[in-house]
Write a protein that binds this ligand. Sequence first.
Ligand code: FAD
Length: 353
Amino acid sequence: MTIETDALIVGAGPVGLFQVFQLGLLEVKAHVIDSLPHAGGQCVELYPDKPIYDIPAVQVCTGRELTDRLMAQIAPFGATFHFGQEVNTIETQVDGRLLVGTSKGQQFLTKTLFIAAGVGSFQPRKLNVDGLARFEGGQLAYHVTNPVDYVDKDVVIVGGDDAALDWALQLCASHPDGYPYKAKHVTLIHRRDSFNAAPATIAKFRALCDAQQLRLVIGQTTGIEASAERMTALKVTGPDDATRIVPLDTLLVLMGLSPKLGPIATWGLDMERKQLAVDTASYATSVPGIFAVGDINTYPGKKKLIVCGFHECVLAAFGAMPFIFPDKQVMLQYTTTSPKLHKVLGVTPRDPD
Ligand code: FAD
């Protein structure tokens, strides 16, 4: 079913989230699409626990905290989130609205589109081994959709970052804080004997390996053993050049995510060096009704900072008003003093005394 809306935002990074807020103040409810399964964009994907010091009036917060605060701030506006799907196609219709299609086959018909796609959509890094791709969606997964799938199975995880180690611990039958969903055996394959994860996670992982509750195999995955319909093992070549056979029922590849500009380049919008060219009066792109905010856009003097993206959201929201409410004159109001804005925010301002 096609979803009809006034505003659609591509990207739930910090700037896409603040676009929800600015549209909300102007009484526009938005739908938001992100290829990731959660909000936060680069802040959550690349530096969730690192401190940020240059958000106005917030002395310090981590990438995850900033996202949580933005989600709380936009809660009154009831945006609808569509996670885990990439926006693939955009076509302008005869009535000026935009037909937007996603990788999950969902369609949106929107009066305005806000591209807050940052450095592109984050995609899992694939394991390139002959014959493996045909098992994707069956024995091979690039993220956990349902932990029940791993119960009582021989699970092999490939990767060496927090996500890989966390899932190895969660699925390990003898990890006391783990999931209720326990695998029969968990083997982690990583190309070297050091990890890019939190020290506490690494310590827990090593302790369970020493207790022979988890297995670590160091090396590169060089092949698979499989019949026509079933994969039975991975071939892993170690630093000693020996190839070991690692049996499995299910394979979970968690080698991190990489951003890909993806289909944005095919949407017919003016671009400069892989970024969307915009008019800084409203952050409009070259196609009417489509705006671009945050890291994805470019203009003279552009700085890829969160605070700059936030400013762009204000002007883009006002710039979109003629497309959404062609007959309405939209005035700037202050959140401190406007009863109308208090109503949309759902707040009762405190008495100064
Ligand atoms: P992003 O955060 O990149 O979010 C874009 C979202 O769009 C992503 O979630 C992506 O999955 C989604 N997306 C893209 N294409 C599609 C598509 N076709 N379909 C569906 N979804 C799509 N900035 C600061 O101001 N201060 C700092 O201290 C700071 N520190 C940083 C530290 C590091 C290590 C890094 C890497 C960056 C830092 N930045 C900092 C930069 C800051 O993170 C970016 O400016 C900010 O994340 C841009 O926000 P955004 O919403 O425009 O894009």
